[in-house]
Design a protein around this ligand. Structure first.
Ligand SMILES: [Zn+2]
Length: 269
């Protein structure tokens, strides 16, 4: 089945989750990491080869999609085919692979930065045996900012927040916000949980720090769910075109979307 035909099949009967909130359009966010050729299978989960990334972004344009800003997301009045593109960790390949298409197409992606490691490397990955990768410098970040890109916090050092003491948690969440605000000169409204790990205590810390929006790594769309538990569909080197187009529209890949669709049809008969 071609990507367009697969989309049409599902689009003919929207999923139950998309019928909630009369007329409201569910919001979709995609989650990327770095844009570089993965060298191992493990790396493929946290990066996407430049060729694959640019190929998917051509589909993004061809299918009539455009990007959202955080302010649009918070406003709740979103036109169809507007998606928030998010990039976790702030790898420095974003300045060579993402910034040129931001400049050309006026996209407004958001990058979640590890506040204490700006200009450094991915120490949290290296601790697990993954290779060192350069992170964006402040100069690169400021250049991206000039072209309309936005930045959020991805904590101070990228720990598993659910395992921290209350003091450490507060410092990772609140201090990273203040540090980024000092460096960037703008209010930092959004947060992405490292590893997608969040529980009620972490969520409360994020709320108390003053964030208005926080993203997990749970797939799906966002309609009436908690602003501090927003879902995102992951795109990495294993994501094909059909899955990508389903994630843009339904917040999850083709297999999960069609499975839910079939279950719904089964439930109706
Ligand atoms: Zn991360």
């Amino acid at each position: 089945m071609t990507p367009e035909a697969a989309i049409e099949t599902v689009a003919a009967k929207p999923l139950a989750t998309q019928q909630k909130g009369e007329g409201a359009i569910p919001k979709c966010a995609l989650m990327f990491h770095g844009i570089s050729e993965p060298r191992t299978r493990e790396e493929a989960a946290y990066s996407i080869a430049p060729r694959r990334f640019h190929g998917l972004m051509r589909w993004f344009r061809t299918m009539g999609y455009n990007t959202l800003k955080v302010a649009d997301w918070l406003s709740d009045s979103i036109p169809a085919k507007r998606v928030l593109l998010t990039f976790d960790d702030g790898c420095d390949d974003l300045s060579t692979e993402l910034l040129p298409i931001v400049v050309e197409h006026h996209y407004t992606p958001i990058v979640f930065l590890v506040a204490d490691l700006i200009g450094g490397t991915n120490l949290w990955d290296q601790a697990k045996g993954l290779r060192a990768r350069q992170l964006l410098t402040l100069e690169q970040i400021r250049e991206m900012q000039r072209y309309g890109m936005e930045f959020g916090s991805h904590s101070a050092t990228h720990p598993l927040l659910t395992k921290l003491s209350d003091n450490q948690l507060r410092s990772e969440v609140a201090d990273s916000k203040h540090r980024l605000e000092d460096l960037l000169g703008v209010e930092v409204l959004s947060f992405a949980y490292p590893y997608g790990a969040v529980d009620e205590r972490v969520r409360v810390a994020v709320a108390e720090a003053g964030y208005q929006l926080a993203f997990t790594a749970e797939p799906g769309t966002n309609l009436e769910n908690d602003p501090l538990l927003q879902r995102r569909a992951e795109v990495n080197d294993a994501t094909g075109v059909t899955d990508f187009l389903f994630k843009l529209r339904y917040g999850q890949g083709v297999r999960v979307t069609l499975g839910a669709f079939r279950r719904r049809l089964g439930g109706q008969s």
